[in-house]
Design a protein around this ligand. Structure first.
Ligand code: NAD
Length: 262
C-alpha cells in the first residue's frame, strides 16, 4: 500500500511529459493517490486527458489562472466529483519571453512584472482561496519555486522577484491555513529542461554549471521532484509547513566546486 492511498490530489501544470507536474503525477500515482488534472487552454486538453488516463483518472478540468472565473469554475466542477479533497500541486509560472533575457533593469516593464507576479505567485493563493472550503483537515498544498528568488541568476530576471513573492505567499498561506489543518510548502527545484525552462536564455549552460557545482554531481529530474512532492502531500510530512525545500542536489549550499580543493 502506497503512502498516499486514500488521498485525492489535484495536479496543475502539465504541458508535456517533461513537465515537473508529470513527474509529480508519476510519484503520486505510484504511492496510491487518486489524481485530478487541469489544463491551461484547449490546445493542451487532449494531451492532459491522455496523461490523466495513463494514471487512471478521467478528471481533467480547464483552469487558466489569469481569470478568476476560470479558477472558481475549476472548483465548482471538481466539487461535483470530489466534494472534498486533500490538496493540490501548483506548478504554474509564466513571464513574457522578452523579460527573460538581457539586463534586468533595462528589460523589466510594468506589464511584464505584473504578468509574472500574477500568474506565477498570486495564482497559488487564488487557488487556495477558491478551494478552501473543499480541503480536508489533513490537506497539503505544494508549489514549485527556484533559487532565482534569493540569488541573482542571469536572464531569470523578473521571475526572481515573482518567485520571491511566491515563497512569501507560501509562508503567509501556511500561517493562515494551518489552524484548519492545511499545510503549505514550496519545493525549490534545481534546473530541469522543460517547456517553461526553454524560455530562459543559456539554460543548457546553466545545467552544466549545476552539474559541476552540486555536491551530488548531477542535475535533478522530475522524479526527484515528484518524490518530494508526494512526501509533502502525505501524512509523513505532517509536521512540515511554510517551508521552502531545496531539491537541487545541494547546489544552493555551495559556492565553488570540488576543483578548488586541489
Ligand atoms: P512546464 O512548461 O512544463 O509547466 C509550466 C506550466 O504552467 C504549463 O503546464 C502551463 O500550462 C502552466 N501555465 C502557464 N500559464 C498558465 C495560466 N495562465 N494558467 C494555467 N496554467 C498556466 O514547465 P515546468 O518547468 O514543469 O514548470 C512548472 C513549475 O516549476 C513552474 O512554477 C516553474 O517556475 C517551476 N520550476 C521549474 C524549474 C525548471 O528548471 N524547469 C526549476 C524550478 C522551478
Amino acid at each position: 500500500m502506497g503512502f498516499l492511498t486514500g488521498k485525492h490530489i489535484l495536479i496543475t501544470g502539465i504541458a508535456s511529459h517533461r513537465s515537473i507536474a508529470y513527474g509529480v503525477a508519476q510519484a503520486m500515482h505510484r504511492e496510491g493517490a487518486q489524481l485530478a488534472f487541469t489544463y491551461q487552454h484547449e490546445k493542451l486538453k487532449s494531451r492532459v486527458e491522455e496523461v490523466a488516463a495513463s494514471f487512471g483518472s478521467k478528471i481533467v478540468l480547464l483552469c487558466d489562472v489569469t481569470k478568476d472565473i476560470s479558477i472558481s469554475n475549476l472548483f465548482i466542477c471538481l466539487a461535483e466529483v470530489w466534494p472534498t479533497f486533500d490538496g493540490f500541486i501548483h506548478a504554474i509560472a509564466f513571464a513574457p519571453s522578452e523579460q527573460l533575457c538581457g539586463d534586468y533593469v533595462k528589460t523589466v516593464t510594468r506589464e511584464g512584472f505584473s504578468i509574472a507576479h500574477e500568474i506565477s505567485a498570486y495564482s497559488f493563493v487564488a487557488m487556495a482561496k477558491e478551494s478552501q472550503k473543499m480541503l480536508s483537515a489533513k490537506s497539503s498544498l505544494v508549489t514549485l519555486t527556484y533559487l532565482g528568488s534569493k540569488r541573482v541568476v542571469p536572464n531569470y530576471n523578473v521571475m526572481g522577484p515573482a518567485k520571491a513573492s511566491l515563497e512569501a505567499n507560501t509562508r503567509y498561506m501556511a500561517s493562515s491555513m494551518g489552524p484548519k489543518g492545511v499545510r503549505v510548502n514550496a519545493i525549490s527545484s534545481g534546473p530541469i529542461r522543460t517547456l517553461a525552462a526553454s524560455g530562459i536564455k543559456n539554460f543548457k549552460k546553466m545545467l552544466s554549471h549545476c552539474e559541476s557545482v552540486a555536491p551530488i554531481q548531477r542535475t535533478v529530474n522530475i522524479i526527484d521532484i515528484g518524490n518530494v512532492a508526494a512526501f509533502l502531500c502525505s501524512d509523513l510530512s505532517a509536521g512540515i509547513t511554510g517551508e521552502i525545500i531545496h531539491v537541487d542536489g545541494g547546489f544552493n549550499i555551495t559556492v565553488m566546486n570540488e576543483s578548488f580543493s586541489n
